[in-house]
Design a protein around this ligand. Structure first.
Ligand SMILES: NC(=O)c1ccc[n+]([C@@H]2O[C@H](COP(=O)([O-])OP(=O)(O)OC[C@H]3O[C@@H](n4cnc5c(N)ncnc54)[C@H](O)[C@@H]3O)[C@@H](O)[C@H]2O)c1
Length: 314
């Protein structure tokens, strides 16, 4: 099958491309290297992919560039390209608006011309639920950050293309993905970096925020599973183990064998209090469940960050 992955140089996208190649597919990756975090990190994410004979990469911006060549022959599209993270969405709204909405609309327009498209999978987020994102897909959507609003609007845009033009849409809402190559702005990456470099760690708020930790390999296996999901479905995609930030920090201290120096900062606007996915629907529809426990996943992230620090790429 020919699969197009947008955001292929990013954290989740690069893992997905690797998995699809291992499964024998033709993979086309698209990314614009948006400098939200340093380009060399994204280039490092692509290193294992570029030499592969069944991988093609297009460095292009979904907001402005022609998409026809990259999309030619696509049978499955997994749309992961976006501006992630809530903090900057308060101060740089135009970037979030254009990368999460204009880019999505242009991709949807181009996808509408494909005759062999089987599925269009939109990578959404627990942030569409807002402060308390705990439960199944029937939770009301009440995003509490501009990021969450743009991602929800992206979902709705996709849904209008499903309803009016027959787009074979499936929506997946990710819950706090972690593991090797995690974005450097994400909490666990920052915690591990600070532990390894003996730097202070800032906990925003009281540290009792709960996260529905999803190991990146589990996230990717769910994305592969939903390629056969019924059109029109939405799935919560989360790991099996929730934990507070302070609990995760304690586990990281044990894994890294270092003690954290914690500094407390003001709670961040739009931060979620509780995220925990009920993933029964993924289990019942597609037989998917998360496989990697939190301690194992965190150990694999620490190991990767140790190696990346040695190579000076994280
Ligand atoms: N990482 C998580 O925990 C998490 C949680 C919920 C949802 N998500 C969603 O998953 C997706 C991937 O997240 P990630 O953590 O891998 O982020 P990432 O920033 O590592 O990857 C996203 C990639 O998209 C690219 N991109 C952005 N705008 C683009 C454009 N206009 N044209 C082409 N490429 C563009 C970026 O350059 C980047 O490499 C995003 O849609 C995000 O909203 C992630």
């Amino acid at each position: 099958m020919q699969c197009l992955v947008t955001g292929a140089a990013g954290f989740i996208g690069s893992h997905l491309c690797e998995r699809l190649l291992r499964d024998g597919h033709q993979v086309v990756g698209v990314d614009a290297f948006i400098p939200y975090y340093p380009r060399p990190l994204k280039e490092a994410n692509l290193m294992g992919l570029l030499p592969h004979p069944r991988f093609r990469f297009h460095s292009l911006d979904l907001r402005t560039d022609s998409l026809d060549q990259a999309l030619e022959g696509a049978e499955t599209i997994v749309h992961l390209a976006a501006m992630p993270g809530l903090v900057r969405s308060w101060t740089d709204f135009d970037l979030y608006n254009s990368c999460n909405l204009t880019a999505t609309q242009r991709l949807l327009e181009a996808a509408g011309n494909l005759s062999g498209l089987r599925r269009f999978i939109y990578g959404s987020t627990s942030s569409v639920y807002g402060k308390n994102a705990s439960g199944d897909e029937t939770l009301p959507t009440r995003p509490c950050s501009p990021y969450g609003v743009t991602k929800l609007a992206g979902e709705l845009l996709c849904r209008s293309h499903l309803e009016e033009r027959g787009l074979p849409l499936v929506v997946t809402r990710f819950f706090s993905v972690y593991g090797p190559r995690q974005r450097p702005d994400m909490a666990y990456n920052k915690f591990v970096r600070a532990l390894l470099e003996d730097q202070p760690i800032t906990i925003f708020g009281d540290g009792q925020q709960v996260r529905g930790n999803t190991f990146v390999e589990d996230c990717v296996s769910a994305l592969v599973a939903v390629m056969d999901a019924p059109v029109g479905e939405t799935y919560n995609l989360g790991g099996g183990e929730t934990a507070t930030l302070l609990d995760v920090l304690g586990r990281l201290e044990r894994i890294a064998g270092r003690k954290a120096r914690v500094v407390h900062g003001e709670a961040r606007e739009g931060d979620q209090r509780f995220t925990g996915a009920d993933t029964s629907k993924l289990l019942h529809h597609l037989g998917w469940k998360p496989r990697v426990g939190l301690d194992e996943g965190l150990a694999r992230q620490v190991e990767w960050q140790r190696g990346a620090a040695a190579r000076k790429v994280a």
